[in-house]
Design a binder for this molecule. Structure first.
Ligand code: NAI
Length: 305
């Protein structure tokens, strides 16, 4: 399908050169989608081996996309893959990569101090017009933006979902300082990526995680009380609401440690919010190394019997 680009957005700054920092799960997915939609992308990671792994997985994913998209025209498919790969370069030096960026999007570890260190080094070297954005799931965008004092108006949140090439949603976050122009440019960029963008204020978890994280915690509290089994809760939510996965399948997929990490951060910052209270059952499993699919066991067992 042909990507549409609304002419009403044409007045806002157009994002062409994109620097993605962090070549892990999220950063590599965002880099792929940006490269395959015609942006010049530089993917940055501290670790050269992460970058070569990211390049391999992007190449394999593009091949899969091409096979589906150009089923009857393999030559077109090859052109699509080659074009996307030609748009992608890698660098281990974030400052060098940010020098020609219209947008610097960060998808590094979920740690405010580390994000501060990164943005404070980039603020003086990136072009004045460049927008800085974070893909954080749980931190405050305004807190992160403190490290880039010269571009409070050019700072926002661009929150993608895993797996990035598949999930259609993009949450666009405005802080009280984000300018209209920056906001419009972020929305327009999301559309050129083929995503559906929604807007949210800079609040814990934005829309999706603000609802999802407490929902998963509440499911675990229900099982903790002995009211029902995890399996029955999953069946109930799939068949009773039409959710594609039950809460425990989702917890195992996302990682119990990730859910605990987010709740711990929020309950520290908002001690009076009962929805953010830690869940002993989840904490216990994390302490036992039962993190979900990635460790072979969470609420379900994934080890080959
Ligand atoms: P990841 O651990 O897969 O990747 C992070 C990468 O950043 C690593 O390769 C690491 O080497 C690199 N890195 C760390 N510090 C760096 C620095 N200073 N400069 C350059 N590279 C650096 O993490 P993941 O899952 O991709 O998450 C990244 C961010 O995206 C986090 O803020 C997370 O909250 C957010 N997020 C994660 C989602 C998920 O489902 N995993 C969903 C949406 C957002």
């Amino acid at each position: 399908a042909r990507r549409s680009f609304s002419t009403s957005m044409a007045s806002s700054a157009v994002i062409k050169n994109v620097t993605i920092i962090g070549g892990g799960l999220m950063g590599s997915g965002i880099a792929q989608v940006a490269a395959q939609t015609g942006h010049k992308v530089t993917l940055v990671d501290l670790d050269e081996s992460v970058l070569s792994k990211a390049k391999n997985s992007i190449t394999a994913n593009l091949g899969r996309v091409a096979k589906k998209k150009f089923k009857d025209a393999p030559a077109e498919g090859e052109k699509f893959v080659a074009g996307a790969l030609a748009n992608l370069s890698t660098n281990t030096d974030a400052c060098e990569a940010a020098r020609s960026a219209d947008l610097v999007l960060e998808a590094i570890v979920e740690d405010l101090k580390v994000k501060h260190k990164l943005f404070s080094s980039l603020d003086p070297v990136a072009p004045a017009h460049a927008i800085f954005a974070s893909n954080t799931s749980s931190l405050s965008i305004e807190d992160i933006s403190q490290a880039a004092p010269s571009r409070k108006e050019n700072f926002g949140g661009l929150h993608f979902f895993n797996p990035v090439p598949v999930m259609k949603l993009l949450e666009v976050i405005r802080t009280p300082f984000t300018s209209d122009e920056t906001y419009q440019a972020m929305m327009a960029w999301g559309m050129t990526l083929g995503k559906v963008a929604i807007t949210c204020r800079d609040t814990p978890g934005f829309v999706v995680n603000r609802l999802l994280v407490p929902y998963l915690a509440e499911a675990a509290r229900l099982v903790e009380r002995g009211d029902a089994t995890a399996r029955d809760v999953d069946i109930a939510m799939k068949l009773g609401t039409g959710y594609p996965m039950g809460p425990f399948e989702l917890l195992d997929y996302v990682g119990l440690d990730t859910n605990k990490f987010v709740l711990d951060g929020w309950s520290k910052k908002y001690p009076d919010e009962p929805l953010f209270k830690p869940v002993p059952l989840v904490n216990e499993k994390v302490a036992q190394g039962k993190l979900g699919i990635k460790s072979g066991e969470g609420f379900y067992n994934y080890k080959k019997q």
